[in-house]
Each structure stands twice: as structure tokens, then as C-alpha cells.
Design a protein around this ligand. Structure first.
Ligand code: CP3
Length: 341
């Protein structure tokens, strides 16, 4: 069976004969072939600035597992350096920003980004990946949602509760809006650049939006993400997928974002989300940790999801990304169960 168009047909709202599948972080440290390429670079930033290396690791999981879509190898934080925000990925700690934005002075030193020039390595990666994939599966580009990217810039790194970000928003500090407006405008340009370089779909990853209540999400997060999606849809013809983690309370608002597909994490039953907001196409939602379970259990839980979505357009995925210690055999079982192999 030719599966190469399943992903884009599902994005367009079609009930496909078999569900397309990809997983977040499918190119990553759980794969020995990824580690081999990764270890040839001194830092993660050197790695994602190398188009040939990006093409190699984007292609690896397609080749190994037969996923139905590829996602370009990059990061949501590529925007930071050109904005004048110092970013370092520290082993065991994640992203660390030595000059976070907390005051008006901090905000004034933020520079505007010329995406074609400052992020030319991303355009180069997209072209190299397309060549490597040679039409085998569609390619997704992506960017972070303004709230999620902004939270790293404000907090100075990963945060468990986004308290500095929320403090800035809820105290109506004008810096919050300035930063979100700038991130939204830059992200529109960035995604358009990825599309011009050749991606077939884009994902807006607003991973940490689930920290907000429905009311505050609508006021402090939604307007910026919605602007990005609306502007892409106005001038481009590729589908937009939106992903947020731990955001089961937000679907009635997120459905108004206008995205073609909404990602769903594992904490919520797809049945409940579908009952609440039936007119959307969803993506998800196996708990990534289920990949540690015996294969029979992975198969059983995957089939349960397939049963729920059998008469709907749907993209199979995990509820969040695969992590370094997850077994390759678990990913294999997940994909084979969906593809009927
Ligand atoms: O295969 C793919 O999914 C494509 C590549 C991709 C990466 N990051 C590679 C990466 C994608 C789509 C992302 C998105 C991303 N990055 C998000 C949104 C999705 C999500 O996971 O919620 C976020 C929040 C980030 C920020 C980020 N990048 C963090 C917090 C970290 C460190 C934590 C970690 O997992 O190590 C990164 C680094 C990163 N991005 C790695 C990879 C493969 C690990 C770095 C390494 O290999 O040394």
C-alpha cells in the first residue's frame, strides 16, 4: 500500500483507509544512529546549524520505522540567538539563557530577526531534507508558540510552573505584550520561510500552554498563536497542526485557533475531547511512557485509540515526545500496529 499521501489527506480532514503515524522527537537520542551523528558535533546548536546532519537524522527514523511523515530536525529555540538572546543547551539541564528578558532595558536590546539571513541554515536544512526524502513522505516544518518560546526567554530556561512568565502577564507588565507581539510577527516570517524552502505542513508547538486556565489562555496566549495561524492560512496553502501539552481544559478555546489539526496529550480520553469539540481533526495520543510496556500492552492501547478514531480523520502520534531511554521495540510495535504490519 502506498502510504505517502495519508498524512496530508488526514490533515485535510479526510477519513483515510489507514491512519498516518509519526511521533514527536522521532529523530532523537533513543536511536544509536542519531547518537553517532550527534556525537560528531561539540554542541547541539552546532548540530542543528548543519543542513547535511539535519537531513541525515530526519531521514533515519523514516528509514528505520516507516513513519508516514518526517519532521525537520531543528529546535523551537533557533530564534533566540538572532534575537540577541544567549542560548546554550547544557547536558542534563536543557536550554540555559544567560540574559533573560525581565525589564524594559532587557526588552530594548532584543533585535529583530531577518529570517532568510539569520536562519539560513534552516532553509538549507529543509532543502537538504527534501532531497534526502525524495518524495517518500511529506515533511513538516515547525516553530514554537510565542508563549512557549517566550517562557524560555523570560524564565531563562525550562520552568516547572512558568511563574515569572505568568507574573509578567497577569501584572499587565507591558513587556509581556511587546515580547509576545515580536515573537508572533517573527514566527509568521519564520514559518513562511520554511514553507518557501519546501516544507509540506507546519506545526506550532505551544507545549506549555496547558499551564493556563481557559480564561487566561484566551487573554494571554490565544491572540498571538491565532495571529500566526491566521496569517499562514491567508497566504499559504499548507496545513497547520497545533500542539499543546497538558491542555485538556483548553480544547473549546483552542478549536477557535483555526488550526487544521489539534494535538492531544495522553492525560485525556480522545472520546471526551471528541464529544466536547467534534468538528476537529486530532493527533495523538498514546502516553509516551506506554512504550516501556510489554509489546502486547502497547498493541492493546494503540488499538483502543484506533477504534475511537476509526470513522474520523486522525493522525496517530504519542501524547508528547519520545525520550532517550525509551525502547526502539516499543516504537516499532506502535507503528506496526497502526500500519497493520
Ligand atoms: O524529531 C523531532 O521531533 C524534530 C526535532 C525537535 C527537537 N526539538 C530536537 C531536540 C523538535 C520538533 C523540538 C521541539 C521543541 N524543543 C519543543 C516543543 C516540543 C516539546 O517537546 O514539547 C521544546 C519545548 C523544545 C525545547 C528544548 N529543546 C528543550 C527543553 C531541550 C532539552 C531537553 C531535552 O529533551 O534534552 C531541547 C533540546 C533538543 N531538541 C534535543 C533534541 C533532539 C536534545 C538535544 C541533544 O540531542 O543533545
Amino acid at each position: 500500500m502506498d502510504r505517502s499521501d495519508l498524512f496530508l489527506r488526514a490533515c485535510a480532514g479526510e477519513v483515510t483507509e489507514s491512519k498516518p503515524v509519526w511521533v514527536m522527537r522521532q529523530a532523537g537520542r533513543y536511536l544509536p544512529e542519531y547518537m553517532k551523528v550527534r556525537n560528531s558535533f561539540p554542541s547541539f546548536t552546532d548540530f542543528y546549524k548543519n543542513p547535511e546532519a539535519c537531513a541525515e537524522v530526519t531521514w533515519q527514523p523514516i528509514e528505520r520505522f516507516g513513519f508516514d511523515a518526517a519532521i525537520m530536525f531543528s529546535d523551537i529555540l533557533t530564534l533566540l540567538e538572532p534575537m540577541g538572546v544567549d542560548l546554550e543547551f547544557v547536558k542534563g539541564k536543557g536550554p540555559v539563557i544567560s540574559n533573560p528578558v525581565r525589564t524594559l532595558d532587557d526588552m530594548e536590546r532584543i533585535t529583530s530577526v531577518d529570517v532568510e539571513k539569520d536562519l539560513d541554515f534552516v532553509g538549507g536544512a529543509v532543502k537538504a531534507i527534501k532531497k534526502r526524502l525524495d518524495g517518500r513522505v511529506p515533511l513538516m516544518g515547525f516553530a514554537g508558540g510565542p508563549l512557549t518560546v517566550g517562557s524560555y526567554i523570560i524564565e531563562g530556561g525550562s520552568s516547572k510552573d512558568l511563574s515569572l512568565t505568568k507574573k509578567m502577564a497577569f501584572s499587565r507588565d507591558p513587556i509581556y505584550k511587546l515580547l509576545m507581539d515580536q515573537l508572533a510577527a517573527t514566527t509568521v516570517e519564520y514559518l513562511k520561510f520554511q514553507i518557501a524552502s519546501g516544507v509540506d505542513a507546519v506545526v506550532v508547538m505551544d507545549s506549555w500552554a496547558g499551564h493556563f486556565s481557559r480564561e487566561e489562555y484566551r487573554e494571554f496566549v490565544f491572540p498571538y498563536t491565532q495571529k500566526i495561524i491566521a496569517e499562514i492560512q491567508l497566504s499559504e496553502s499548507v496545513p497547520v497542526i497545533h500542539y499543546a501539552n497538558g491542555a485538556s481544559n483548553l480544547y473549546p478555546v483552542m478549536q477557535d485557533l483555526g488550526a487544521d489539526v489539534l494535538g492531544v496529550d495522553w492525560r485525556v480520553s480522545l472520546n471526551e475531547i471528541i464529544a466536547e469539540c467534534p468538528d476537529m481533526t486530532y493527533q495523538g495520543n498514546l502516553d509516551p511512557c506506554m512504550l516501556y510496556a510489554p509489546n502486547a500492552e502497547i498493541e492493546r492501547r494503540t488499538r483502543e485509540i484506533l477504534e475511537i478514531v476509526k470513522d474520523r480523520p486522525h493522525i496517530m502520534n504519542l501524547g508528547h515526545g519520545v525520550t532517550p531511554t525509551m525502547p526502539i521495540s516499543g516504537v516499532e510495535t506502535f507503528v506496526k500496529t497502526i500500519q497493520g504490519r
